[in-house]
Ligand binder design. Sequence first.
Ligand SMILES: [Zn+2]
Length: 288
Amino acid sequence: MPELPEVEALAGFLREHAVGAVIGRIDIAALSVLKTFDPPITELQGKDVTDAARFGKHLALRAGDLWLITHLSRGGWLRWVDNPSAAPPKPGKGPLALRIHFFTPEGATPAIDLTEAGTKKRLAVWVVRDPQQVASIARLGPDAMTVTELEFAEILSSTTARLKTSLVDQSLLAGIGNAYSDEILHVAKLSPFASSSKLDPEAVGALYAAMRSVLSDAVARSAGQDAARLKGEKRSGMRVHARTGLPCPVCGDPVREVAYVDRSFQYCATCQTAGKILADRRMSRLLK
Ligand SMILES: [Zn+2]
């Protein structure tokens, strides 16, 4: 799932390439993606794109008094297409969910494709006059890139949830998902299962510093790639996330994972849990 750094890179790409263009036809290939009907999506046609922004993990395109907002969800991506086919796509075929055509001041006619891989279709699109009208944006906590250390400490002390759960809870802190929370906890040398409200001030400081460095490094890396010309999110430089069994870059011991039915997360026992192996939910279920 695209998280803060990838969505930030896509917003940056759109600011550079789409702002100033006029919105043309919008093709809806998957009917389920559009979550709003008033204002109608056709109201965007003929308007100039004036800005692009990120709200947590949501990507937004502004056209005057209207916003088109998307949450790419697990398998979604945004792709810039220089020469899109003029024929409308066939609904329900392939990964394309929505296509927005543009007319640029230079006379080009590119498009944005919102695509979603996999069978579970969860990509969502809203057309609103105010981003706060999107319920999942109105619920967002402070953004992980701008939250202060004091606010961060207050957020952690307000919940007894495990650190792994707190970091990805969008209502507490916006922008971080499964991948970057693994990376942040590894850099901070903290257990994913530690209780958020019981961290001592030193650990809170280490976690805050790790969050800032992991996210700003990833934003810098993502911005260097032509995000919207890639076929899907490509991440580089992950330390432990999705690296089960590979050597930890700090201590060399194998990266371990905790697996659930449909997802998993990774950590280094030597660096993060004083060698303790965390319970694998999938295994303990099988052993019951
Ligand atoms: Zn390690």
